[in-house]
Design a protein around this ligand. Structure first.
Ligand code: LMR
Length: 341
């Protein structure tokens, strides 16, 4: 089809109108939006993945045209060990690393969340994350150039391997992938296992090729990374917790216009309520899917068996006291009403 003069005139008129609109609107609307790159390592269909998307929706609704949130899941942009540096350099603005990943940054107190059996469920955990000691921990990030905005839940861990795991002795000699936390290292050593720190993005392949024998994660991570396809057995040991701190580059955050920061804080508050409302159910559903797949035999310990796991692991609390700090451990104990047996 040939372009007619009428087409051309219509095109020119439309272009002129658009240019006029821009000129009339002035520089305010022509300004580029503030970009928040939010990088994380898990799948979109997990509590963290969904909460990141919810934050994006809420932030962009509250600040149309002013802020754009770009979410990069599945270690697409940065993996463990790279994320924190990227945040410091300003290559990303927002992260939600697991609480087990703050040790290498020099904030060892966060490893209190990794202590085995310290939380007897979500209710106890929330006493810390919604309470004074949780806030005190977030405040410690300031000196590292990081602002902690919120805690997001994931869930309690299952242990998995290619052999049945019923009693603590069953883990002996197994090479177990862990996150970069000294508490988790000590926990695996207490079981006689061989801990191997590894980025989350590498776990599936390491399990598949036998570089490691087993691992630990909440069911939502195990299922969405397809770890259940390469692990024959799992035990719902609930021996420890994995959750997140949502963090931003402090300089970036402090440099935002006050009204923008206020709206983003409100969006974060809403997204956090959402995250913490879905996490438990998401993990229950993921565990059901793992069972239904028939690929991993899932064992639920009896109360006596659970007590034996706790007995085998509780010494880690004392062993890690000098690393985490006695005060931090004691204030968490107090908040959750921790009892060693
Ligand atoms: C892991 O590395 O096992 C998890 O912490 C990943 C995550 O962010 O949940």
């Amino acid at each position: 089809m040939r372009t007619t003069d009428l087409d051309r005139r219509q095109f020119l008129a439309a272009t002129a109108a658009a240019a006029g609109t821009l000129a009339l609107a002035g520089p305010a609307t022509a300004q580029a939006p503030i970009i928040i790159k939010f990088s994380h390592v898990v799948a979109p269909d997990t509590p963290k993945g969904k909460a990141a998307e919810r934050f994006k929706e809420l932030a962009e609704q509250r600040l149309p045209g002013k802020v754009k949130v770009e979410v990069y899941p599945n270690s697409q942009l940065y993996k463990d060990g790279e994320e924190m540096e990227a945040l410091a350099l300003g290559s990303v603005q927002m992260l939600a690393p697991s609480l087990a990943k703050f040790g290498p940054l020099g904030v060892r107190e966060f490893e209190v969340f990794d202590l085995p059996y310290i939380f007897d469920g979500y209710e106890a955990l929330h006493k810390v994350t919604d309470g004074a000691s949780g806030q005190a921990l977030l405040n410690k990030l300031q000196s590292k150039g990081i602002t902690g905005l919120a805690y997001w839940d994931n869930g309690f861990k299952v242990l998995s391997a290619n052999k049945p795991l019923k009693a603590p002795a069953d883990v002996k000699g197994q090479k177990m992938r862990i996150q970069s936390s000294k508490v988790l290292e000590s926990q695996m050593r207490a079981l006689g296992a061989i801990p191997q720190t590894m980025a989350f993005s590498e776990v599936y392949q390491a399990l598949q090729t036998g570089v490691v024998d087993g691992t630990e994660n909440p069911p939502s991570n195990m299922f969405t990374q397809k770890m259940h396809e390469v692990q024959k057995h799992a035990i719902v040991s609930d021996h420890g917790y994995i959750g997140y701190a949502v963090i931003v580059n402090k300089k970036f955050w402090d440099g935002l216009p006050a009204d923008v920061r206020k709206e983003l804080e409100a969006a974060m508050k809403q997204a956090s309520l959402f995250a913490n409302a879905i996490a438990k159910q998401d993990n229950e559903q993921a565990l059901d899917k793992i069972k239904a797949s028939g690929k991993t035999a899932v064992y639920v310990p009896t109360p006596q068996e659970r007590a034996a796991w706790k007995k085998a692991l509780i010494g880690v609390h004392k062993d890690m006291e000098s690393r985490i700090g006695k005060d931090t451990i004691q204030s968490v104990y107090k908040e959750v009403g921790f009892k060693p047996d």
